[in-house]
Ligand binder design. Structure first.
Ligand SMILES: [Zn+2]
Length: 81
């Protein structure tokens, strides 16, 4: 069996759409220590709806689009890469 070394070019994945799902997390709010439940995309939330810092959502999403994708820790089984 012959082998040889070839050059593999670096490439980027084209932008594409992917269907992702929300999941409901039951957790204890970091702020008020109440057991609560929230439905989110992505990682487990830290705060309940009332303690949640008013950020996240659209601004951070569009911001992160411009930055080179980094490996993020998702607790879900959804692969966003
Ligand atoms: Zn709370």
């Amino acid at each position: 069996m012959a082998t040889k070394t070839i050059d593999v070019r670096e490439y980027t994945v084209r932008a594409h759409k992917r269907l992702i799902h929300t999941r409901v997390f039951n957790f204890v709010c970091k702020e008020c220590n109440q057991a609560t439940k929230r439905e989110t995309f992505g990682p487990r939330p830290l705060y309940c709806e009332s303690c949640r810092p008013l950020q996240v959502r659209k601004s951070s999403l569009s911001e992160s689009r411009k930055i080179k994708p980094r490996s993020m820790t998702y607790k879900s089984d959804v692969d966003l890469d």
